[in-house]
Design a binder for this molecule. Structure first.
Ligand code: SF4
Length: 524
């Protein structure tokens, strides 16, 4: 094989996967957008998402800043040299990282040290399989941490919140799947796609679940029972009312694919792999002699060209959302500029749409842990902290540029957030998925707000960053460092306010009530 060409082909596959959603996923998002009632927060989120997809297309930049754990599934003719191919994939991954198409995401599990090039023990994941065909089938999925953390595995029989007993039969499996959608809430950047694996052991069950994510969203399950199950889930999961980003709304789930394998009699696992709307998986047919791409997978059927999307669409939807929710007396998004006073914060309430202009500081896991025991490198009084691990690139003159900058999952900072806000006088934190009771109490006590940005809208938010004014704590690595960002028109929704209200709590409660309607057996 021409291994240089093969490396080039793998580089193309990585860049295309990171920057362009496949057609089947685009169609699902478009259909969801058409279903959502105009003027709601969910409609605003979907407008931002479609705008973001278009920007990623145009800029050839990552759709979401979390480019996940690259996972390749490769089928090869019997005489293909897998060792050479593996080396070529490593080179392609390192180059794509250097070019800002992948975020450096591989860290030492014990020390937290970032390898900087996405290579290291266990990264990337490459699974080879031999087959009798005369071409290479190479598929790649980039699944981020926010949705990976919402995967769930059930061991039947079990008791499920809201649904009661799930037995070792098709109906028990149905209950597990409905529960998996409920437990994810908006935290995996809904609306999402799920792959379900029935049977196997704990590891092969998850493998089977992830395998389902490689199926086209439009295919029909050849197993009659599973076809009915998939259709049932698609018809009913959206009745939970969780909505995009967990803001409440009509669309919670965009796809459900179920696979089955044998198990041993003592075990009965149902494993669910949750994938966010930024469902980045593509595949190529490669010539084993020339190493060149002969065809792309998942690209058949109608193309949804988001280039037609008006650039102003998100702004229009935001304005409509503010009006519809009655969250602002002047029917315009509220502008916040740091330093923010306690009085300004106390005026905000759940549902308000805000636009931030001025300075914000990024901070995620390493920064929060650090700030608990150390002084801040900058004065954070009245400031805004953004839970974000951006993709950054340095130009030839040593200046940093933001390539992708969406929010990361906030709940990981729950042990620290309230204490840090009080210790440094921080008034607002921005992230996604909401936070827990400890932070909610601190917001009330101290006078702070939690703002939910649109998860995965990394290009949309990167464009809001007008300059990178500095960086501290670079020893934590690029995604974990504290970046000083100057932003303009950075839009987010107040989902936890200083009066003890949390939209996340409300949606979780109402979706649990709705889940109970699926308690009765459906599949006998
Ligand atoms: S869209 Fe959300 S869950 Fe998906 S990779 Fe991005 S931040 Fe993670």
């Amino acid at each position: 094989m021409n291994i240089e060409k093969f490396q080039e082909s793998m580089y193309k596959l990585i860049v295309e996967t990171s920057t362009k959603l496949p057609k089947d996923v685009r169609r699902a998002i478009k259909a969801a957008k058409e279903q959502e009632n105009a003027g709601t927060r969910s409609a605003m989120s979907l407008a931002t998402i479609t705008n973001n997809i278009k920007m990623a297309d145009d800029n050839v930049s990552p759709i979401c800043q979390d480019t996940g754990l690259p996972t390749f599934k490769i089928k090869v003719p019997v005489d293909a040299n897998q060792l050479e191919m593996k080396k070529a994939i490593y080179e392609a991954i390192a180059l794509a990282t250097k070019d800002g198409k992948l975020r450096p995401n591989s860290v030492d599990s014990l020390t937290g040290e970032n390898s900087g090039d996405n290579l290291g023990g266990g990264t990337p994941v490459i699974k080879f399989e031999q087959w009798e065909k005369d071409y290479i089938d190479a598929r790649l999925i980039l699944k981020g941490g926010g949705c990976e953390n919402k995967n769930i595995q059930y061991s039947l029989p079990c008791e499920l919140e809201g649904l009661g007993r799930a037995g070792r039969d098709l109906d028990g499996i149905r209950k597990c799947i409905m529960h998996s959608v409920y437990q994810a809430q908006g935290q995996g950047c809904s609306a999402g796609f799920i792959g379900v694996g029935i049977g196997g052991d704990r590891s092969s069950g998850y493998d089977l679940a992830k395998e389902q994510l490689f199926r086209s969203n439009d295919d029909v399950n050849p197993n009659e029972d599973l076809r009915k199950l998939e259709e049932y889930v698609m018809a009913n999961a959206n009745k939970l009312g969780i909505g995009t980003m967990g803001f409440g709304g009509e669309t919670t789930l965009l796809g459900c694919k179920v696979g089955v394998m044998n198990r041993i009699p003592a075990s009965f696992f149902v494993s669910v792999a949750y994938n966010c709307w930024a469902f980045r998986r593509l595949g190529v047919n490669v010539n084993p002699e020339t190493g060149e791409i002969q065809d792309w997978f998942y690209q058949e059927g109608e193309n949804v060209d988001f280039a037609e999307q008006e650039k102003k669409q998100a702004e229009v939807e935001i304005a409509a959302s503010v009006e519809a929710t009655g969250s602002s007396s002047n029917q315009e998004a509220i502008t916040l500029t740091a330093p923010i006073t306690e009085e300004q914060i106390r005026q905000l309430k759940v549902g308000d749409v805000v636009k931030i202009t001025g300075r914000m500081y990024t901070g995620r896991d390493a920064i929060h842990k650090y700030l608990m025991d150390n002084d801040a490198p900058v004065d954070l009084n009245g400031q805004v902290i953004y839970h974000c691990g951006p993709v950054m690139l340095k130009d030839g003159e040593g200046n940093w540029h933001v390539k992708a900058a969406g929010p990361t999952t906030s709940i990981r900072e729950e042990p620290y957030q309230g204490d840090i806000m009080k210790k440094f006088g921080i008034r607002a934190v921005i992230g996604k998925g909401g936070m827990g009771p400890k932070t909610l109490a601190a917001l009330k006590d101290h006078g702070g707000v939690y703002l939910n940005a649109i998860g995965g809208a990394a290009q949309y938010y990167a464009e809001c960053v007008k300059s990178v004014d500095g960086v501290d704590l670079m020893n934590f690595g690029i995604p974990e460092a504290m970046w000083h960002l100057q932003v303009e028109g950075f839009t987010a929704v107040v989902t936890m306010d200083s009066h003890g209200n949390s939209l996340h709590e409300d949606v979780e409660k109402s979706s649990l009530e709705k889940l109970a309607q699926f308690k009765e057996p459906v599949f006998k």
